[in-house]
Structure formats: structure tokens, C-alpha cells
Design a protein around this ligand. Structure first.
Ligand code: ZN
Length: 483
């Protein structure tokens, strides 16, 4: 398997890493609001990787953290803590805010069929570990204390290590683009970042430390919890591309400073999402939460879209490409997913007989090849569409399939469509089952009416269903219908 490594900017062989035990860390949400598309994409991307590695025989320990402290409104160590601010505005305990949005996040992830990670550690539950981590960085000489806060000494670190190797930025560039801000006189350089911040008197989330009553800097939790649960070296670290700088760059620096070496072998970043060509953001009026997609309650949406449509749409693009959301694009994805669902249903009903006249061989290998090539999910989907065409030919009686090929086809579809891409095709159709049964029931009543030459009833049923929008076709066996 080959994965594009942001650190080396190449696709590397995955094999030589810690097989069979793979450690995988993905930056999870800061839980102070409802989940939106920006949360769905990394969750789904790394869910597919987790599923694929597991199906490939690796034993994966997947850690996805919950940021519930220290993520300030601006990445440059300023502004109010995002959760504390919400708690103040809503007059809640900060942990009430965290629990409320975490429950909602889990609900959305379940709807998207994103598997829960192996461990979901909270930053606030690892304050002691973070303090110990800071002590290591201080002892190594890459941090300094200033008025009760502790800052990472970027310039000192850059003398001994390569700061900026992940994002490709260099210190001079950073210096030029960092604004001089209030409170920054505590820092030696504007680009130094906080490991520990002394809490202002009005700050409601704080803990004792050797330096002050305060709280950890946002970047620190991932260095601390990643190494705590996955060891000093682990395989994969993922997240959205927006986290590459400063968050992941800072994480590399912290870990190298504390441990003397890199911890992560593969850095993977999913690309960003735009909505109708525009960056997503509250100020653009295009900030659509997942809940709003599922219910259709946003002016930019023509209708509600099922969680599986969202998942399928995200997987139709390679994770390193940008994805542009629009109602039209989602409607097209919805149709595509319906075609796959129909083919999957037909596959269960197909009857084997004689030699195979359709080519169904090689699907397993082709899908594997695509997944091994840096998780190329759009290619896997295109192979499934090709296979759907073969299924439809046999279903329509224009071809045949041997029982051996049919069994294999069923296994490959289950593996790739359901278990790896995580599409709930069976459930998708199962949820439609009662309505299908009702239409079948009506058409069977019509058939009986015809048999006893009750043309009035027969015509009435046909006409009523046609008016609703059904197309009814009489066949030798009875009938066929579609909506
Ligand atoms: Zn992180």
C-alpha cells in the first residue's frame, strides 16, 4: 500500500511500518458547536483508512482526540478559549458545553456510518501528562517561562531541528507574517507559541501547574496524547489541511524537542471543502451544519440529503482534492448512490446459471489496486459502477453468471461498498422496504382484479399510481414498477 506522506511529499510503501500493529492518530473536533462538513470530511476519510487497514489484516489502534480546552479563538495564543466563551454566553459549565456538542457530534458520526475510534481522549483529561511533557521540553532547553506562562522557543529549536518541514514554511517568512500583538511582549519572538498559559482572573478553565494556575496550549494535547497511547513512534497522523500549520508543525516541534526525534511516520491531510465555489465560513452565510444537510433546513439547500449521500459524495473525490458542495452536485450523487443501491439489491436476487457471459472477474483486484494507491476511493466507486452494469445485464435476462462468479461478486461488493467505503446500501434499501411492499400489494390487487375481469378496479389502481408518479409495466410474470 502506498500513502502520500505530507512530510516527504512522496508516496511511500506502507508495509515496512509497524505491521501488524498500526497506530493512527487523527485530530478530532473542538467541541463548541454543531459538526459541519469540515468535520465530516476528515472523519470519513480516516474512517475509510481505518476500515481498509483493518480489512487488510492490520490491528489498528485509532486515536481521535476531543479538544475541550486551550483552543483559543485565534491560533496565535490570543482571544478567549472557544469552549469557555460558549459556556459564558450560555451560562453553562464548560463541561456541559463539551458534553452537549460531543453527544451531537457522535450522533452525526453514527449517521454518517463513521466507526468510533479505539480511544477518544479528552485534552482536559490529560493535564498532568501535558505538564510532564512541558517539563521535558523545558529540560531540553527549547522552552522558556515568562510571567507564569511557558512558550516554545522556535528560534532555538530551529538551530537544531528543521522547523517548517511539514508546511514548507521558513522562520523568516513566519516572522514577516506574524503580527505584533498585545501580550506578545511575554514572548521572545512573535512566532513562539504557548505550551502553558497563565489564566486571567476571569478565565473559568484552569488547573494548577509549577508555573501558574492556567491551562495548556492547544498544540500540546496532540503531542502528549499521541505518544501516550501510540508510543514514541507511530505510523499515521491525519487531519485536515488547515491543521498543517501551525498545529501540526508545532506538534512535530514539541515532540522532537521533548523526545529528540520525530514521532510520526506518515502525515496525511485531507483537502478542504468549498460550498458553491466559496470557502465555508459563518461570514459567507454558507456555513451548513450536518444536521441542516440531513433535514434540508438551510436556504442554500434544495432539499434534505441523507447522511449516506453526504458520505458517498465525499468519497467520490480523492481525499487530497478539494470538494465543492452544491445542491446540484448532491442531487447527482444521490442518483449515483441510488443506482449502486439498486444494483446491490439486484445482486442479492440474481440467479446463477451456466457459464458467465458478463465479465465480473478481477473486480476485487481492481478495487484493491485503487485503495492501495493512496486511498483512491473515486476509482473504487467507478469499478462498482462498471460492475453494476454487468449485474443489470444479468438481471434483465440478457446475460448469465456462474454460481462461483456470483458468490465472489457478492463478497466483493459487501467488502468494498459496505465494509470499506462504509456505504449502508442494505439499510438504505431496507428503510424503503415498507413502501415497496405497499406498492407491490396494490399492484397484486390490480392483478387479481384483472384476473376476475374487474376492469374498473384494475384501471383505477393503475391510474391512481400513475398520477402519484409511478410507471407501471405489465410483464409476462406480472408487473414491474418504478417511481
Ligand atoms: Zn491535533
Amino acid at each position: 500500500m502506498q500513502i502520500y506522506n505530507t512530510l516527504t511529499r512522496t508516496k511511500e510503501e506502507f508495509r515496512p511500518l509497524h505491521a501488524p500493529n498500526v497506530g493512527m492518530y487523527v485530530c478530532g473536533p473542538t467541541v463548541y458547536g454543531d459538526a459541519h462538513l469540515g468535520h465530516a470530511r476528515p472523519a470519513i476519510t480516516f474512517d475509510v483508512l481505518y476500515r481498509y487497514l483493518t480489512e487488510s489484516g492490520y490491528k489498528v489502534r485509532y486515536v481521535r482526540n476531543i479538544t475541550d480546552v486551550g483552543h483559543l479563538e485565534h491560533d496565535a495564543d490570543e482571544g478567549e478559549d472557544k469552549i469557555a466563551k460558549k459556556a459564558r454566553l450560555e451560562q453553562l459549565e464548560p463541561m456541559e458545553v463539551v458534553q452537549y456538542y460531543l453527544n451531537r457530534y457522535h450522533h452525526d458520526m453514527e449517521a454518517l456510518n463513521v466507526l468510533p475510534p479505539s480511544i477518544e481522549p479528552h485534552a482536559s483529561g490529560h493535564i498532568i501528562e501535558q505538564i510532564e511533557f512541558i517539563k521535558k521540553i523545558l529540560a531540553a532547553g527549547y522552552a522558556y517561562e515568562s510571567e507564569g506562562s511557558v512558550y516554545f522557543d522556535v528560534a532555538k529549536y530551529a538551530q537544531d531541528f528543521h522547523y517548517g518541514k511539514l508546511s514548507g514554511r521558513n522562520i523568516d517568512e513566519l516572522y514577516a507574517e506574524t503580527r505584533e500583538l498585545d501580550g506578545q511582549q511575554e514572548k521572545r519572538h512573535s512566532y513562539d507559541f504557548a505550551l502553558w498559559k497563565k489564566a486571567a482572573p476571569e478565565h473559568i478553565m484552569h488547573w494548577p501547574s509549577p508555573w501558574s494556575e492556567g491551562f495548556p496550549g492547544w498544540h500540546l494535547e496532540c503531542s502528549t496524547m499521541g505518544t501516550k497511547y501510540l508510543g514514541e513512534e507511530f505510523d499515521i497522523h491525519g487531519g485536515g489541511m488547515d491543521l498543517m500549520f501551525p498545529h501540526h508543525e508545532a506538534e512535530i516541534a514539541q515532540s522532537c524537542a521533548a523526545l529528540g526525534h520525530d514521532t510520526v511516520h506518515y502525515w496525511m491531510h485531507n483537502n478542504m471543502i468549498t460550498i458553491a465555489g466559496k470557502k465555508m465560513g459563518k461570514s459567507y452565510g454558507n456555513f451548513i451544519t450536518l444536521e441542516q444537510f440531513f433535514t434540508g433546513s438551510h436556504p442554500l439547500l434544495s432539499k434534505a440529503f441523507s447522511p449516506m449521500t453526504i458520505r458517498f459524495f465525499i468519497l467520490m473525490a480523492h481525499y487530497r482534492s478539494t470538494v465543492d458542495f452544491s445542491s446540484e452536485a448532491l442531487e447527482a450523487a444521490e442518483k449515483g448512490l441510488a443506482r449502486l443501491t439498486e444494483a446491490y439489491e439486484r445482486l442479492q436476487k440474481l440467479k446463477a446459471g451456466g457459464e458467465s457471459s458478463v465479465d465480473t472477474k478481477g473486480l476485487r483486484e481492481r478495487c484493491k489496486e485503487a485503495m492501495d494507491d493512496d486511498l483512491n476511493t473515486p476509482i473504487v466507486i467507478s469499478h462498482l459502477f462498471d460492475s453494476a452494469r454487468a449485474i443489470n445485464i444479468v438481471f434483465d435476462g440478457k446475460g448469465s453468471i456462474s454460481s462461483e462468479d456470483l458468490e465472489e461478486l457478492r463478497r466483493v461488493w459487501k467488502l468494498y461498498a459496505e465494509d470499506i467505503l462504509g456505504l449502508r446500501l442494505e439499510q438504505q434499501s431496507a428503510s424503503e422496504e415498507p413502501y415497496k411492499k405497499a406498492v407491490d400489494l396494490l399492484l397484486n390487487m390490480r392483478l387479481e382484479a384483472k384476473q376476475r375481469k374487474d376492469w374498473a378496479t384494475s384501471d383505477h389502481i393503475r391510474q391512481a399510481l400513475t398520477e402519484i408518479g409511478f410507471t407501471i409495466k405489465d410483464t409476462k410474470e406480472g408487473f414491474e414498477w418504478s417511481l
